[in-house]
Ligand binder design. Structure first.
Ligand SMILES: C/C(=C\CNc1ncnc2c1ncn2[C@@H]1O[C@H](COP(=O)(O)O)[C@@H](O)[C@H]1O)CO
Length: 242
């Protein structure tokens, strides 16, 4: 009886295939629907984690800086971002950002100009965009969730400059991870009291007052206008036990 071994599987008789697995691999004429299927997507997602872990595993102590993609280079928050990037590098930390324009570019500029590791975790968007010119270690992601894992896994704290939906998304994911003790000892600083004050007031007067978070959860956040204070805060809480 005819038989065929397909990896560990033994096939006999009518189950013996007329083509082989290696033959399929080498057949350029086969349909390519699989390229757009979930199993193939899983491989791409896996490769993003593998590439990200490989590229970032050795960056040492790092702080992730969030902030608006829209801040102009002559804005106060851009200047604050440059200062934060510089001070973090001077304190011995690498700087991680989303690699985009605005506040991300500012923090990368401060870090790169100070001679430090300036990481940009770019994201593939519908419009053309690469990482900003101040990134000296860049990775481009297709998937937001893989990229967000890197923001947390390779940083010991966060500093958020004024920002929009993207910044809030990253901030609240970070807060949830700290609140639920999924990550430990993660200082979170909001830089810009005028900008963040309304949100923090609402968290205190509505969210905490109505019992949706505890008063202690508010202690997870430090608000300041001073880049030096922001950096000293994250450094003081991460230096001995990063
Ligand atoms: C809107 C513009 C460019 C968008 N480019 C981005 N590149 C990289 N990362 C981005 C981008 N937009 C948002 N992000 C992520 O969200 C945060 C900023 O979003 P916000 O809504 O502006 O606050 C940021 O930390 C990134 O991780 C061209 O103007």
């Amino acid at each position: 009886m005819k038989e065929y071994r397909k990896g560990p599987v033994l096939l006999r008789g009518r189950n013996v295939p007329t083509t082989s697995t290696a033959g399929h691999l080498l057949d350029s004429q086969r349909d390519i629907d699989w390229l757009h299927g979930d199993p193939w997507r899983v491989m791409r997602i896996q490769s993003e984690f593998v590439e990200g872990f490989g590229a970032l595993a050795e960056i040492g102590n790092a702080i992730t800086v969030y902030g608006s993609a829209r801040s102009a280079p002559d804005s106060p928050e851009y200047r604050a971002g440059v200062e934060v990037g510089r001070l973090l590098v001077e304190a011995g930390y690498a700087v991680i950002t989303g690699g985009g324009p605005g506040c991300m570019e500012a923090a990368n500029k401060g870090a790169a100009d100070a001679g430090g590791i300036s990481v940009g975790l770019g994201i593939e968007l519908p419009f053309e965009q690469g990482v900003n010119e101040y990134v000296n270690l860049g990775i481009n992601f297709r998937y937001f969730f893989a990229r967000k894992t890197m923001f947390v896994k390779y940083a010991q704290g966060f500093i958020a400059l004024p920002g929009g939906f993207g910044t809030l998304d990253e901030l609240f994911e970070s807060l949830t991870l700290v609140q639920t003790r999924t990550v430990q000892r993660f200082p979170i600083v909001l830089l810009g009291s005028d900008y963040w004050g309304g949100l923090v007031g609402w968290l205190r007067d509505t969210m905490a007052a109505e019992g949706k978070i505890s008063e202690a959860d508010l202690d997870l956040i430090r608000v300041t206008d001073d880049p030096l204070e922001a950096v000293e805060h994250v450094v003081s809480l991460t230096r001995d036990n990063p």
